[in-house]
Design a protein around this ligand. Structure first.
Ligand SMILES: [Cu+2]
Length: 342
């Protein structure tokens, strides 16, 4: 009996060290994610201060190649996963998990409030006037110079060491607003993006619609699909993308909180949906992952039995927070996550 018990304890301990065990709590009081427009001034300040703290904090793990700061480690995750979380079925769940990793980093820096998003349709067609670009209570405006470095706001003169593409070189936080493209995130575009009745169609219409529209209008980190997460504004844009998925799910919750699909890695002949030519041709733009990057990049089929994303698919942050499955993040108020949108 004693022997059985100690064997059991031993196997539990082995299991725990091999894969961190998640605590599955109930979600009784979800945090409310609000658009930047509607956040209290004090919350905006606290949020921006925490972002600055992450950008300045030294790296904590040695896993992400080229990362010097905590922010670099986070941006690196997006770079390492780039060819499996864009133009694939993983796009929505991984970016939802990515925002959850961001929440953990914000908490390390003392911010435990709700994650913000940007209700882009409110500002579509007039992005430059958005409160998001405020120099004191926002992210600063459009950058200038050859690198489009932001010239004002909290993120001016800060360095990110991840990117461009699959390189790791120091560069400024940068973006360039093209207002003519900002109408791509208007209400009509959102309605169209969340109109499909199957996940297989919806992830594509959200991806190609307001998601890409916002990226093109903002050109964060030189418009780089691999490392645009280096600009803190990315989190607000992807908060909006996550809300589109949630709005789509809420039209038929009993079905759509469990509906998953799509390929778990890019088709090499297609590559990114936003660029023609496939992975090989695209790599002339941003290079290829280095051997050090490939060594820590997870298998895109992780947890799936084939090439299609399932609820068992395992997502990783390389140790920043425990791994999670796609099933864990399907419902934002399901217990693993605990938030709602207003
Ligand atoms: Cu992304």
């Amino acid at each position: 009996m004693l022997k059985t018990l100690s064997l059991l304890l031993l196997s539990l301990a082995t299991y725990a060290s091999a894969s961190p065990v998640k605590v599955q709590a109930n979600c009784t009081t979800p945090t409310v994610r609000r658009s930047w427009h509607d956040m209290a001034e004090a919350d905006k300040k606290a949020y921006l201060e925490a972002e600055l703290c992450i950008l300045k904090a030294p790296a904590k793990t040695s896993k992400m190649p080229g990362a010097k700061t905590r922010w670099d480690e986070f941006a690196s995750l997006h770079q390492l996963h780039a060819l499996q979380i864009h133009s694939t079925g993983q796009f929505l769940p991984y970016h939802r998990y990515f925002l959850h990793i961001h929440e953990a980093l914000l908490a390390e820096c003392g911010y435990t409030g709700a994650h913000p998003y940007w209700d882009e349709p409110r500002d579509a067609g007039k992005f430059p006037q958005s409160p998001v670009f405020d120099t004191k209570l926002g992210f600063g405006g459009s950058g200038s110079g050859t690198q489009s470095c932001v010239q004002d706001g909290p993120f001016k003169n800060l360095t990110v060491n991840i990117g461009p593409g699959f390189t790791t070189q120091p560069r400024c936080v940068n973006r360039k607003i093209t207002n003519a493209l900002s109408s791509l995130t208007n209400k009509a575009a959102v309605d169209k993006a969340i109109a499909p009745t199957t996940y297989d169609e919806a992830w594509i219409t959200i991806y190609n619609g307001p998601h890409l529209g916002g990226h093109m209008a903002l050109a964060m980190m030189n418009g780089d699909s691999i490392t645009s997460a280096g600009d803190p504004l990315f989190m607000l844009h992807h908060g909006f993308v996550d809300k589109m998925w949630w709005d789509w799910q809420m039209k038929d919750p009993s079905k759509r909180f469990t509906e998953m699909g799509g390929p778990n890695a890019q088709d090499p002949s297609t590559g990114f949906l936003e660029f023609p030519g496939g992975i090989e041709q695209e790599s002339s733009m941003w290079g290829k992952p280095t051997a050090a990057m490939l060594a820590v990049t997870p298998d895109p089929r992780s947890g799936d039995s084939g090439n299609v994303v399932t609820l068992s698919h395992i997502m990783t942050s390389l140790g920043i927070i425990p791994d999670a499955t796609v099933g864990d993040v399907m419902d934002p108020a399901g217990g693993y996550l605990c938030y709602t949108y207003k």
